[in-house]
Design a protein around this ligand. Structure first.
Ligand code: NAP
Length: 332
């Protein structure tokens, strides 16, 4: 008998056809209040779940007593109660790697846009305010040769370092849990404590996950360590930063500019003070949002889910202990 899969994300026709061939599928294509009601109605018989951008907490998971696997269409897993999933023996998978390069592209787009004031000055042209040659008032700052500071030297951090080091001749410094000899060798990068990095980097880029440890990691004390010419880039998760402290740092000129793809609350409210500041470039969480990468992520999630439901190990398992327990049961 086919297993029941509930999707709370629309997939391409090809991926839908693949899923339909192997599972009974319920599609919730919009997570508005009607969609959430339909999701709650579908959960009691669901064996597989696939989607993104929904907080899957114990209360929702308790509606799904038959759930075997959850496939997230994201690398970040901050929307999941991983401990509770493991306790319930539900396998969680995610989609790392396939989005790394695209997300690093987004990071670099924000570096260039903030340093060279691309959005602000393009708007000047668009609104008919370009009347004469621009002067120092509208000059930006160089990117090439400046120090790139990366907080969270994982997959995306490394891809950002690659762009900075090879493309723009930038010295790279980083802060991570662990020192990474391979990164030192490849990019001539240097490990720093967090305060050292904040003091020394021209571009301070966040590429770490949101966890209990990183929530609020960058606040007033950290902005105070940055220099007035520093540019702050966040492509990780909004809650890693104290947004009120960031706004204050920008208002006080403690830092020069900020490029932000993620926010404490998304979508960002239109009346957010961030949007009143010319030195902020804000994008709507577009880190991985290209046609090619979103399709690759969806394909990866479908592969992970179908493998899990067929009793095989998915390529990207988050809670490996669940898989170990299952395998032990299969072997006995
Ligand atoms: P990753 O390979 O796991 O890298 C994360 C890095 O962060 C690791 O190297 C880890 O260091 C470091 N880290 C974790 N906690 C830390 C802490 N408290 N202090 C210092 N370093 C810490 O993950 P990834 O694939 O690069 O993705 C990173 C995050 O980017 C995701 O979790 C997601 O939230 C975000 N993201 C956002 C978008 C977007 O649309 N804007 C797209 C994709 C991903 P160690 O290796 O030393 O443990």
């Amino acid at each position: 008998m086919k297993k029941h899969v509930v999707l709370y994300k629309k997939l391409s026709p090809g991926l839908m056809a693949r899923l339909h061939a192997q599972a009974e599928v319920t599609l919730i294509d919009k997570l508005d209040s009607d969609g959430l009601t339909r999701l709650r109605d579908a959960l009691p018989s669901a064996q597989g779940l696939l989607g993104a951008s929904l907080r899957l907490d114990a209360e929702l998971l308790d509606l799904a007593p038959n759930l075997e696997a959850v496939a997230s269409v994201s690398v970040g897993i901050d929307n999941y109660d991983v401990d509770y999933l493991s306790q319930r023996n539900i396998l969680l998978s995610n989609t790392p790697d396939v989005l790394t390069e695209t997300t690093a592209d987004t990071g670099f787009a924000l570096i260039l846009a903030t340093a060279r004031r691309v959005v602000e000055l393009a708007n000047l042209v668009r609104t008919g305010q370009w009347k004469q040659n621009i002067g120092p008032m509208h000059f930006g700052s160089d990117v090439h040769g400046k120090t790139l500071g990366i907080i969270g030297m994982g997959r995306i951090g490394e891809a950002l370092a690659q762009r900075g080091h090879f493309g723009f001749g930038m010295p790279v410094i980083y802060h991570s849990h662990s020192v990474k000899p391979a990164v030192h060798k490849r990019f001539n990068a240097q490990h720093r404590s967090l305060p050292q990095l904040l003091e020394q980097a021209d571009f301070i880029c966040l590429t770490l996950p949101l966890t209990a440890e990183t929530e609020g990691l960058i606040g007033a004390r950290e902005f105070a360590l940055m220099r007035p010419e520093s540019i702050f880039i966040n492509i990780s998760r909004g809650k890693v930063v104290d947004e009120a402290a960031l706004i204050e740092a920008l208002r006080q000129g403690q830092i020069r500019a900020a490029g932000l793809d993620v926010f404490e609350r998304e979508p960002l409210e239109h009346d957010s003070p961030l949007l009143q500041l010319n030195n902020v470039v804000a994008t709507p969480h577009i880190g991985s949002a290209t046609h090619e990468t979103r399709e690759a992520m969806a394909r990866c999630a479908v592969d992970n889910l179908l493998a899990a439901l067929a009793g095989e190990r998915p390529l990207n398992v988050v809670n490996g202990e669940v898989w170990d327990r299952r395998r032990a049961t299969m072997c006995t």
